[in-house]
Design a protein around this ligand. Structure first.
Ligand SMILES: Nc1ncnc2c1ncn2[C@@H]1O[C@H](COP(=O)(O)OP(=O)(O)OP(=O)(O)O)[C@@H](O)[C@H]1O
Length: 472
């Protein structure tokens, strides 16, 4: 076989460049070349006409944006980086474009060349449709997040005009004007979370997020990531992509730490540092991030006692206890019971679409004699439970007899002496019912609250003729 003549590599390279340019130029909808200052050096006739010019020479020497207002050629010249695929919107038309920097022998950017590949976006329709759907989903997620992060309650949702209720509202309104941490103290179901939302909604931070974290509901091993976030790959759990911590999510707004008394000691130390420095360090990161977060903490346990027995750091307690607000238990604001019932019945009618029930005076009188250890949450549970079981428009004390046992004497009552056994049994039955109502019938939780074993509670429930609702 005759040996072929040696290739002139330089010549082939030059021809390749030339023919590439010429092919692109003839196939493309348009070609444009700019100099290092993004002024047009050359534009082909077809492209110039697209932009309303009679002749291509009219464009020479002009700033690229004068002819193509949305052009990114200047960006390519500035960064020296190509934009290999992009969509250029020109009025009602769209072009698929590619932009490449031009460099001299020393690597210095001396300009850029752009090709408008084609204006037939038909083949790209599926991508466009998918992009549109993704953008829509993103917008919906953003909207949902913004809604979730808005305060759900304002002071107008706080029902009650008893002196105790008015006083707490007054203190909370004052707290809303201040920046210091707030510590909400009070039994379960007294409205701590509601007040936290209301304080945020009335504060100058109202337009920023309200983020709630229930410390007791998150496994200890995940708490730190939940609070401070993780960087990509830092975490061996499910969130390999990295996750925004609650502090960052609440930036500019309010972070509500519910059940703060249950926070593990190592995390307490970290929380204290964040409160002091106003900066967080995501897990796996060596970067600190500034945050501006107002803390509202809540607890239903005796925090001072936890400090005394070493389960809560004293320095964190003092840091959080700047504006303590004591939410009164329902039994100390019995005057509000009627208005609260009305509000709850109205609210559940709205949510279920069922007609609103009325309460007879004897039912309200019965409620005023109950201990309500689960407070307003328990009141809501009892009302909703009985409403579901009955078709009557008016609910009287009789409707509640199976679920409520009065433990407080009526205002005008002088309790008649009764056998001790019967009184104790009745008292015990009342306590069990209160505990069950406070935790939506869940026996293990009720047993925990009562400080007895689950089996013991089941036995007692059988003895008192109470049925488990199998909701555990
Ligand atoms: N003053 C009030 N007016 C109307 N509804 C109230 C009021 N206080 C509490 N509630 C209602 O009672 C229920 C319990 O309130 P919330 O969850 O705020 O209590 P909590 O003290 O945070 O309870 P926990 O300590 O168990 O988390 C909610 O349904 C809330 O809307």
């Amino acid at each position: 076989m005759p040996r072929s003549a040696p290739f002139d590599y330089e010549d082939i390279r030059r021809r390749a460049m030339q023919s590439l340019f010429e092919s692109f130029d003839s196939l493309c909808e348009g070609t444009i070349v700019v100099d290092g200052a993004a002024r047009i050096v050359w534009i082909n006739e077809r492209y110039a006409q697209r932009f309303g010019l009679a002749h291509a020479e009219e464009a020479i020497g002009r700033e690229v944006e004068e002819i193509i207002p949305s052009s990114l050629m200047r960006e390519v010249v500035r960064s020296g980086q190509p934009i290999l695929l992009d969509i250029l919107e020109v009025g009602s038309e769209s072009f698929v474009v590619t932009r490449i920097p031009l460099k001299d022998d020393s690597g210095q950017v001396i300009g850029a060349v752009g090709f408008a590949l084609y204006d037939q976006l038909q083949p790209l329709k599926p991508f466009y449709a998918r992009l549109g759907r993704l953008q829509q989903e993103l917008a919906q997620t953003r909207k949902r997040l913004a809604e979730e992060r808005r305060a759900k309650y304002t002071f107008s949702n706080f029902v009650g005009t008893s002196p105790a209720a008015m006083e707490i509202k007054r203190q909370a309104r004052r707290a809303a004007t201040l920046e210091s941490p707030v510590l909400l103290l009070g039994e379960t179901g007294t409205g701590k979370e509601l007040i936290a939302h209301a304080i945020h909604a009335a504060s100058p931070r109202a337009d920023r997020p309200f983020i709630g974290v229930n410390v007791a509901a998150i496994p200890e091993s995940l708490l730190e990531a939940e609070f401070f976030g993780t960087t990509a790959g830092a975490y061996t759990g499910a969130d390999r992509k990295g996750r925004l911590g609650k502090f960052q999510a609440a930036d500019g707004g309010t972070l509500f730490l519910d059940e703060v008394g249950d926070m593990p000691l190592p995390l307490q130390a970290k929380l204290l540092r964040v409160l002091q420095e106003q900066e967080v360090e995501p897990l796996g990161s060596d970067r600190v991030i500034q945050v501006d977060v107002r803390i509202i903490a809540a607890t239903s346990v005796d925090l001072a006692a936890r400090v005394a027995d070493g389960r809560f750091r004293a320095d964190l307690f003092y840091r959080l206890n700047v504006l303590p607000l004591n939410l009164p238990p329902l039994r100390e604001r019995l005057a509000d019971i009627e208005a609260l019932c009305e509000h709850i019945l109205e609210d559940s009618a709205r949510r279920t679409g069922l007609p609103q029930r009325e309460l007879d005076a004897d039912a309200v009188a019965l409620f005023r004699r109950c201990a309500w250890r689960g407070n307003i949450r328990e009141l809501r549970n009892v009302l909703e439970q009985v409403s579901m079981l009955s078709d009557e428009a008016r609910l009287s004390a009789a409707n509640f007899a199976h679920i409520l046992v009065p433990t407080l004497p009526a205002a005008a009552d002088t309790p008649a002496p009764r056998p001790l056994d019967a009184a104790l049994a009745e008292f015990e039955r009342g306590l069990i019912l209160d505990a069950l109502a406070a935790c939506a019938g869940k026996v293990p939780e009720a047993a925990r609250r009562l400080g007895i074993g689950r089996a013991t509670l089941y036995k007692k429930m059988t003895a008192h003729g109470l049925k488990s609702q199998n909701r555990d």
